[in-house]
Design a protein around this ligand. Sequence first.
Ligand code: 16G
Ligand code: ZN
Length: 524
Amino acid sequence: MAQFQEVEKQSIMHPKPPGLTLHYGTAGLRTNAKHLDHAMFRMGLLATLRSKNTKATIGVMVTASHNPEEDNGLKLIDPMGEMMAPAWEHYATQLANADDLLTVLKDIIEKEAINMSQEANVFVGKDTRSSSARLSQAVLDGVSALDGHSKDYGLVTTPQLHYMVRCQNTKGKYGEATLDGYYSKLCQSFDNLPVSKLLSVDGANGIGALKVREMESHLKKELQISLFNDGSQGKLNYQCGADFVKVQQKPPTGFKMNPGERYCSFDGDADRIVYYYTDSEGQFHLLDGDKIATLMSTFLKELLEQAGLNLKVAVVQTAYANGSSTHYLENTMKVIVRCAKTGVKHLHHAAQEFDVAVYFESNGHGTVLFSEAAEEKICQLAEDPNINDEKKRAALLLQNTINVINQTVGDAISDMLFIEAILAIKGMSVQQWDAVYADLPNRQLKVKVADRRAIDTTDAERRAVSPPGMQDTVDSLVNKYKQARSFVRPSGTEDIVRVYAEADTQSADALAHEVSLAVYRLAG
Ligand code: 16G
Ligand code: ZN
């Protein structure tokens, strides 16, 4: 077939380095940008097949998120704007590593019974890395080699591309598939909500900074954003950004913090956000994904009650969620709490089961999902002329909230607008938000072992089923501490085992250390 000849011809321009093995993991493909040209071309092919297979538009985002500027990577986006179905991740790995490209390609076509004369459409976006332009061109080459149509959105945040894909496949019902459409949707609803002023945003020297600037011109009212690490001087993700702040538990470089003021950091592709401030003693306070989920779910639950709507609010977390947040949500707020495996797709999937579900990883990736039925009920109520003022107010706030939120994936810009609106509506300072519950002291450690797969887990990664004796040892160590919890899991992104421990005091450090030694002894 002519298509395959074209693939063969083009693939010569995108040769695979010998001996290189890549893995399409939790967050797509990611490695040093030097090694990715062939993989990008091949993912262009795969996105085209996926588009033919689903008869819908597929997205390809070229980014390595919070990784260093030298790295790059790619995330594939399915028709409703969600991450690509896990069943296809395996094809991505196979295709990226194939020595005989055509055989693997034909194999996928056969297995999935893909009609090759079906039209294909692929949306492509990229972050600000210096390698992104060249690599996104390789993706576009892959799409055209299989006769697919592509639309290159150029520089966009990851969540913006997720949004475009969903808009396109829902024929405008979710919004218009343009940047103007994205800003209008978010900003029009945000303009209907009260707003607090003065927020400082750390753009991680990346795409999020560019897009915050772009968004500002769409807002009618002034949200005074002071943007730093905007990419004009510093290096992407270097000593700044959400991952740096969360992992280091300290402010990014590039500015001076004023006590009591509110700050937030995005990551390199603007799908994560964390907030923070320093108190009058100069002590740093981090408000991570758990605090954000608590703020959002409490706000939504209160509004739903005021509106008299019988819709259940759930929060989806991972095992890394601070025990205090889970305790507060379950026992004080009385919302449903679910624990999912690490990785956005698992949280997203678990959240789809509820009327209204807030999902967040502690690292600041998260969003809110509303079921179709829930959206309908809220919109009907907002338009009902026979309800009292309190209900009307709550219904209208909920309606605007739905539109401020990017339901396809965690979105730093959209999360930021929603959080700012909540704080303003509740008249809450960042200190009051922080004081809702106190985090339990905790510690994360990495353990290098010969084969991290020796550790296998169950119960959303909270319990180890192998090696033998591992869980019993963890349990007996945990029993020595108060309010303690600990778990071990193989990392999905690094060749290490991660250990998490928390306790009533900073003795969590000692617990993490003891558990690490046990991992080394039993799995090393
Ligand atoms: C990836 C995930 C992130 C998760 C992290 C865990 C996505 C888009 N990203 O970066 O959500 O927290 O992996 O890494 O799903 P780990 O398995 O090394 O702990
Ligand atoms: Zn990211």
